[in-house]
Design a protein around this ligand. Sequence first.
Ligand SMILES: NC(=O)c1ccc[n+]([C@@H]2O[C@H](COP(=O)([O-])OP(=O)(O)OC[C@H]3O[C@@H](n4cnc5c(N)ncnc54)[C@H](OP(=O)(O)O)[C@@H]3O)[C@@H](O)[C@H]2O)c1
Length: 219
Amino acid sequence: MRVVIAGGHGQIALRLERILSARGDTVLGLIRDPAHAGDVTAAGADPILCDLEAAGVGELAAHLAGADAVVFAAGAGPGSGAARKDTVDRAASVLLADAAERAGVRRFLQVSSMGAGEPPRPGTDDVWAAYVKAKGAAEDDLRGRDLDWTILRPGRLTDDPGTGRVTLAAPPVPRGAVSRDDVAAVLTALLDTPATRRTLELVGGETPIDEAVPRGAGS
Ligand SMILES: NC(=O)c1ccc[n+]([C@@H]2O[C@H](COP(=O)([O-])OP(=O)(O)OC[C@H]3O[C@@H](n4cnc5c(N)ncnc54)[C@H](OP(=O)(O)O)[C@@H]3O)[C@@H](O)[C@H]2O)c1
């Protein structure tokens, strides 16, 4: 399988690159900082310099040519303000989906977040409100497309070692945490799952990933 990962130096992305390259897949990681290329290469992927807030759809589509799947794993990150929630968490996903359509790549995995699209509670800070709005808008954009999409909404991410056991189901799943290791393992299993057009929430749990993914994707 040939897989392109947007946000290729992200913490989930690097884990996913290691898993996919170890099993023999060809993986391209889109990065915006040339200094990140070495880490992506060390994870077994080919780094491609492409700033998702500056690239045009034609340039991005060229990077996707011949891919079997694309994964949107980018995010503006915890230190960013409301404006970059829109330019990365929403607009970069929309751009990647535009490019996937142009390049004829049907399989699209989007890393979203629990809480996406929910109206912010009174007193919510502006940046969190912008984040859930951006994630919700990116999801809505993807649902309207003729692509084989899966939206994965992890709970709070941790760097704990993966357990290989999760709770994965259509919303609503009770809030909780999940390790980035397990998110990467679930993304890998989703790439191998034919069932698509599903929105799935993910937290740590008791079900082995190889059971949870076919069960969740069928829900
Ligand atoms: N933190 C949580 O608890 C949580 C919970 C649920 C979901 N999520 C979501 O899960 C996703 C992945 O999480 P993570 O921990 O792996 O995130 P991460 O480590 O912050 O990775 C995000 C990646 O996106 C890249 N990026 C940002 N702007 C870019 C641009 N203009 N062009 C290309 N790449 C760009 C970043 O690159 P730079 O280093 O160059 O900025 C970074 O490598 C994110 O979308 C996040 O919102 C997070």
